[in-house]
Design a protein around this ligand. Structure first.
Ligand code: KIV
Ligand code: NA
Length: 265
């Protein structure tokens, strides 16, 4: 099939077609999601949690992200692959943002990058866009600002919706091709979505967004921990894998694996 390009996402918004996005961090899942027709894959800095086992997204580095980005881009033939810029790798200046984004494009072969923040980061978005790097914005609850925001909480309640719209419009004006809305009231997300020409991608932002994203291990039930309210589990992979590992262990201990058909004469 044809490669997904940023203009296809805008066209889907114009046609009112909702589209799905999932995270991916390795070759098998990237290939499965690409073949399943997921048009956009995000190598999220959620890799901090889902791949590296950190307690938040803050510690993950560009060096830790790059091999995952490269693995995913190497494995897809159709999906647009977006690489998250980690905390500390773009906030200082547009120049710093460009340096990091260029590495994601050159070394990771990403097709686009994502960064967190609204109006204050429009200069970064503008610099990358001018250099030909498509940028996805991310506003509402932004996990890299967890400590500044006072923990995991819904953003854009009450008057906050005006600030959310101003941030979204500034990102669009700066050239962003889409914007993630995380943990905002459904009504606010719907308003932002109707104000923008570019697609909104919701996570905990209700059904009024143009697209929806989930972390794949949450979506497939590989994450055994408590999930936030906005997660829907479509499989129970943790149980499937746990049972498979248990059965393998029992076979080895009981001497029934390997059998003759697994052995060479
Ligand atoms: O890092 C991530 O997985 C994300 C998505 C949840 C939007 O930023
Ligand atoms: Na992220």
């Amino acid at each position: 099939g044809r490669r997904v390009r940023v203009h296809h996402l805008r066209e889907m918004k114009e046609r009112g077609e909702a589209w799905p996005m999932l995270t991916a961090y390795d070759t098998y899942t990237a290939k499965i999601f690409d073949d399943a027709g997921i048009p956009v894959l995000l190598v999220g800095d959620s890799a901090a949690n889902t791949v590296y086992g950190y307690e938040s997204s803050l510690p993950v580095s560009v060096e830790e992200m790059l091999p995952l980005v490269r693995a995913v881009t190497r494995s897809v033939s159709r999906a647009l692959v977006v690489a998250d810029l980690p905390f500390g790798s773009y906030q200082a200046s547009p120049e710093q943002a460009f340096g990091t984004a260029a590495r994601m494009m050159k070394e990771g072969r990403a097709h686009a990058v994502k960064l967190e923040g609204g109006r204050r980061f429009a200069p970064q978005v503008e610099a990358l866009t001018a250099a030909g790097i498509p940028v996805m914005g991310h506003i509402g609850f932004t996990p890299q600002s967890e400590h500044g925001l006072g923990g995991y909480r819904v953003q854009g309640r009450g008057d906050g919706v005006e600030a959310l719209i101003a941030d979204a419009l500034a990102l669009q004006e700066a050239g962003a091709f889409a914007v993630v809305l995380e943990m905002v009231p459904a009504e606010a997300a719907k308003r932002v979505t109707s104000e923008l020409r570019i697609p909104t991608v919701g996570i905990g932002a209700g059904p009024g967004c143009d697209a929806q994203v989930l972390v794949w291990q949450d979506m497939a039930g590989l994450n055994q921990g408590r999930s936030p309210r906005f997660v829907k589990r479509y499989a129970d992979l943790a149980s499937v894998l746990s049972e498979a590992a248990g059965a393998f262990a029992a076979d080895v201990r009981g001497g029934s694996f390997p059998a003759e058909e697994h052995s060479f004469r």
